[in-house]
Design a protein around this ligand. Sequence first.
Ligand code: HEC
Length: 208
Amino acid sequence: MKPHTRTFLSAVLLSGSAVMLAGATGCGGGSSSDAVAQTTPPTGITPQKFADAVHAVMMADRTVYAKQVVTRLKKQEAPVKPSEYWQDEEHTIPLPAQMFRMGAELVNDNPEAGFTYALKSKWPLNPQNKAEGVEIEGLEYIAEHPDENFYKTEEIAGANYFTAVYADKAVAEACWSCHNGHANREVSYPEFKAGDVMGGVVVRIPLD
Ligand code: HEC
């Protein structure tokens, strides 16, 4: 991932948390600037709230694509079908995970987006999705605490980031049957079953 320069988004996030911090420390009267901080509503959101919000949107889009497009077409025996090799095969559409990665790549290349995201795993079918560093720590945490998210501030190439990792669970039979039988799986690949954390969505927000 390429490091981002300070963006409009991080400026908004920071000013928001600064105002909230000022509000929190300004209790018990004090100077007039404390009073202003108390009465001024927060103008921004915390990095955690921002990460939670964009994660909710990306998961909603992935679920709708999987349910209302991919699964629906499969049930209808439609003249187009989902295929991992959609670029080389006629009458095929991308898998949900590929759709997700292509969207993530556009956002990662867009300097105005101000953040990056990716679906990662310790055992990726696509090596591009291999987790590294804090991402691995996050994946191990959510594997042990599947109902929690993982949040951490990390430093990459001298810049600070807020990094969130959200569990991606085996919610349907198709998840584990496709992954467990896939040609790309390495020797150490787990035998996924219902409810397993198969990977995680990583959202990374620059703080500097
Ligand atoms: C038809 C096969 C298929 C199905 C069904 C499927 N996947 Fe995948 N999945 C893939 C492929 C292929 C990739 C690699 C996509 C890419 O190029 O980034 C992938 C990527 C992933 C990744 C990123 C790490 C990696 O392995 O590259 C996770 C996590 C993941 N899938 C979880 C799931 C979950 C959870 C489900 C069920 C909701 C699911 N998958 C359903 C084939 C499948």
